[in-house]
Design a protein around this ligand. Structure first.
Ligand SMILES: [Zn+2]
Ligand SMILES: [Zn+2]
Length: 362
């Protein structure tokens, strides 16, 4: 296989916080040792991408972190037979060697994001210079370079837009129920927020065999979606505590997918003895949650932070892809609209709808 050459590509880059991102000409490197270059096919627009406009850790940053495509070039040490393989990108890549990984807790590995902020730079015509890549991915672009281990194989008959959404929204929501909270059959669950991730928490709770499953959301449409996905009850936030009482009382697991202290407190107040609140929604960086530690102690409660559904990408993403293929998870139905890369920046000026948009990259 001949060595790959760097290529030029347009990417959606946030230059300054508070301003919409723009299309910027980039140069994508040839894959280095242990890396692959992926020709992107589809990328989901996640809340994290939209939030970056407000609170990105550093700029300029190439947005996009849930994506799928096909390997089109491999670096030294990577099996050239992988060229042409459909893959989904994992935005966390455990190192496999630290004490947490060796203890089976790869979800807590410090290595974290997959790609160094290398692999691409602004084209000379656009002023040159390095860029951050959101969550170590940055896939609102036609090609990305990733560590080979962060490009997880996708079954050949799975649409790549489905694989892209599995790569973050599905993994985060379903994983929160199955692998962060470890919901057990017969346990009770309440979920605040029935948007793209919250509906996947409902699906995860259903797969785990939970009952009742109470979904809480101000939107009647989303409440209907939650019931269709396996929630046994659905309530407006103002009626959540009455609905939970009617469903059998305090719950074993409360999930906050909203990211507001108010819904977190409602989740804590709904917990049964020994129950846990799982925080999934990204709160504003300066948000503060206050609660009564005495009652918390007496009731033996727990609060658990959750990113990426505690997935171990190499083992859990293939399982989620299988569930998407056999209909256990209705992923295709979650995709509300499709846009071209060129039309993506203007979407950042619209109020977020919570519906999953997929960027078509070819
Ligand atoms: Zn995401
Ligand atoms: Zn590790």
């Amino acid at each position: 296989v001949a060595p790959a050459e760097p290529i030029e590509a347009l990417g959606v880059v946030l230059e300054r916080r508070g301003e919409p991102p723009r299309l910027v000409p980039l140069v994508v490197a040839a894959p280095g040792a242990g890396e692959v270059r992926v020709r992107m096919a589809a990328a989901g627009v996640c809340h994290t991408d939209l939030m970056a406009v407000r609170d990105a850790r550093s700029v300029p940053v190439l947005l996009g972190h849930e994506g799928a495509g096909r390997i089109e070039a491999v670096g030294e040490g990577v099996d050239p037979r992988r060229i042409g393989e459909p893959v989904v990108l994992a935005w966390r890549l455990p190192c496999g060697a630290c004490r947490r990984c060796r203890a089976g807790r790869a979800e807590h590995c410090d290595a974290g994001t997959p790609a160094a902020n290398g692999g691409l730079r602004r084209a000379a015509a656009a002023g040159g210079g390095a860029l951050e890549r959101l969550l170590g991915v940055g896939c609102f672009v036609s090609h990305v370079v990733m560590p080979a281990a962060a490009a997880i194989p996708v079954p050949r008959d799975t649409p790549l837009e489905v694989a892209a959404v599995v790569g973050c929204a599905v993994a985060t929501g379903v994983g929160a129920a199955l692998w962060t909270a470890r919901v057990a059959p017969g346990e009770s669950v309440a979920v605040w927020g029935a948007g793209a991730v919250g509906l996947n928490v409902v699906s995860g709770a259903r797969i785990a065999g939970a009952s009742p499953i109470v979904a809480v959301d101000p939107s009647a449409e989303r409440r209907a979606d939650a019931l269709a996905r396996g929630a046994t009850h659905a309530a407006h936030p103002g009626e959540a505590s009455a609905a939970i009482a009617a469903a059998g009382g305090a719950v074993d697991h409360a999930f906050d997918v909203v990211g507001e202290p108010e819904t977190m407190r409602a989740g804590l107040a709904a917990l049964a003895r020994g129950g846990q609140l799982v925080l999934i929604g990204a709160a504003p960086r300066d948000a503060v949650l206050s609660f009564h530690p005495r009652a918390f102690m007496s009731a033996q409660h727990r609060i658990t932070g959750c990113i990426y559904g505690s997935v171990h990408p190499a083992t859990h993403l293939p399982r989620l892809l299988d569930w998407a293929a056999d209909g256990t998870l209705p992923v295709a139905a979650q995709i509300a609209r499709r846009v071209a890369l060129e039309d993506l920046p203007e979407l950042f000026g619209e109020p977020p709808t919570g519906e999953r948009t997929v960027v078509e990259l070819r």
